[in-house]
Design a protein around this ligand. Structure first.
Ligand SMILES: Cc1cc2nc3c(=O)[nH]c(=O)nc-3n(C[C@H](O)[C@H](O)[C@H](O)COP(=O)(O)OP(=O)(O)OC[C@H]3O[C@@H](n4cnc5c(N)ncnc54)[C@H](O)[C@@H]3O)c2cc1C
Length: 450
């Protein structure tokens, strides 16, 4: 690992990978991930990825996104996502992503709160298909150094300017690394919850750092609970039973086997209905009936969901599945503009860790992979544009006089307490508390406004 790069990308889910793929080969890039390279939520996405299938669908796609978001979405961001969707999908296909096709045409499916079929998919492992393809491409790039088990601990910033990050290597060494631009693509916050569909190491680290360094954040109390995750007594990551299962016709049943809700309600409203029913029935879950799906072989369409049920002793072709709501997605995050630029100079954020306003108060199903890709690409484009400005300013970190200082000197310069950082358990708890406190504060503020 070097001391300085042109770009540092923290996270190697779809946002991190797509960002890296849109930077030219003469840029020296460091890409890190806290865990195994394949352990990102991007690998877990089941349902699919939205796309503007033809121009006639623009208004309906826009309206569905806005309606699901309770019209709190930033309209210019929604427009950016929808207008860019076709070119993103074309790029994915060119990289080799294998979307479901029939007679040479892409097949579109539908999920809750979509007024039409506009979602592309690969079996029920769309995220794995997309992310593994992108990672393969990234690994081919000589200019990208991709390091696993390497954790960002803090930002090196002063005077509202980010110069780099402090990280811990696989060997446990704490090192400062500098770059012209830093892209935070650290994913969601499920790891701070007891019940979540997310990987537990996704604890909103970038968000905690944003709060610590006065970087603007937005809508931290906008947390999406997924209505249907597989109910289990075990303490483990909750397995998602995708919305597209209901989109294809599965029904929700109460303890007596009666339907109690419109299964295609937006996630937040359906979650409320399920929790209300569980409360009324004094149960820990409700039932999902996949046998109600007609004209489809569920073993072929949802092979991994069926397999998970079977592993847990439930055969969805003959029995109801127990399902319960769990934390799933984070609409809020580090505030960014259309270029994915944060309020701090030279610092970008893309993917689930940021808030570009696409999702408003509630995300429409299958919009997040698309949003992550579109805005990661925007970040890369903007870095290149602003590079010219930076070169003109003579501010490339290559000219920073302090890059070669010792760790202690750098820590002193950026006012970082190395002893505190070294106590990992305390730091992790402190970062989680920072995020929780802000979620609670915004929640209370929101409640008092309504
Ligand atoms: C079960 C499930 C199903 C889903 N289904 C869909 C779907 O069908 N369609 C859809 O559009 N969306 C879906 N989503 C949401 C979507 O998958 C995510 O929003 C999206 O993949 C986020 O991508 P990302 O690149 O922002 O983050 P991630 O893919 O989560 O990547 C985060 C990366 O940051 C790294 N990281 C975190 N903190 C640090 C740190 N301190 N230092 C270094 N590295 C760090 C992680 O190790 C990881 O590499 C689903 C999510 C889940 C959990």
């Amino acid at each position: 690992m070097d001391r300085q790069y042109d770009v540092i990308i923290v996270g190697c889910g779809v946002a991190g990978c797509f960002g890296a793929l849109h930077l030219p080969s003469d840029r020296h890039i460091l890409m890190i991930t806290k865990s195994e390279i394949e352990e990102s939520d991007s690998f877990l996405a089941q349902g699919g990825i939205c796309v503007l299938k033809d121009e006639n669908d623009y208004d309906a796609f826009f309206e569905d996104t806005m309606k699901a978001g309770h019209y709190e979405n930033r309209k210019e961001s929604v427009d950016m996502m929808i207008s860019s969707s076709r070119s993103v999908i074309d790029e994915l296909i060119a990289y080799g992503v294998d979307f479901e096709m029939k007679d040479g045409e892409l097949v579109y499916t539908r999920e809750g709160a979509h007024s039409t079929n506009r979602i592309l998919y690969h079996e029920d492992i769309t995220g794995q298909e997309i992310t593994s393809t992108l990672l393969e491409q990234v690994k081919k790039l000589d200019n990208v150094e991709l390091l696993d088990h390497t954790e960002m601990l803090d930002l090196l910033c002063e005077e509202n300017r980010c110069d780099g990050i402090l990280l811990r290597t696989k060997d446990g060494e704490i090192r400062p690394v500098f770059a012209s631009h830093i892209l935070l693509a650290t994913g969601g916050i499920g790891g701070i919850y007891d019940n979540s569909t997310n990987f537990p190491h996704l604890t909103g680290d970038a968000l905690a750092l944003a709060l610590r360094h006065d970087i603007k954040v937005e809508n931290l109390n906008y947390v999406q609970i997924h209505p249907t995750t597989y109910y289990s007594e075990k303490k483990e990551r909750r397995f998602l039973v995708s919305e597209s299962v209901r989109g294809e016709g599965a029904t929700l049943l109460d303890k007596d086997g009666n339907r109690f809700a419109n299964e295609l309600l937006p996630r937040d409203l359906l979650t409320k209905e399920i929790l209300k029913q569980m409360d009324k029935d004094h149960t820990k879950h409700v039932w999902l009936n996949m046998m109600a799906i007609k004209d489809l072989d569920i073993k072929k369409r949802f092979p991994h969901i069926v397999e998970h049920c079977l592993e847990n002793g439930v055969d969805p072709t003959k029995e109801y599945i127990p399902v319960v709501p769990a934390q799933h997605y984070f609409m809020g995050g580090i505030y960014v503009d259309l270029n994915s630029h944060t309020s701090m100079n030279h610092l970008y954020a893309a993917g689930e860790t940021c808030c570009n306003g696409v999702h408003g108060r509630n995300r429409l199903a299958s919009n997040s992979l698309l949003e992550s890709l579109v805005f990661a690409r925007n970040a890369a484009t903007h870095m290149l544009e602003s590079d010219q400005v930076r070169a003109w300013e003579g501010r490339s970190p290559k000219f920073l006089p302090y890059v070669d200082l010792s760790l202690d000197e750098i820590a002193a310069k950026y006012k970082i307490d190395l002893d505190w950082l070294a106590d990992d358990a305390a730091r992790v708890e402190a970062y989680k508390d920072l995020v929780w406190d802000e979620i609670d504060r915004e929640e209370q503020e929101g409640n008092s406004k309504s």
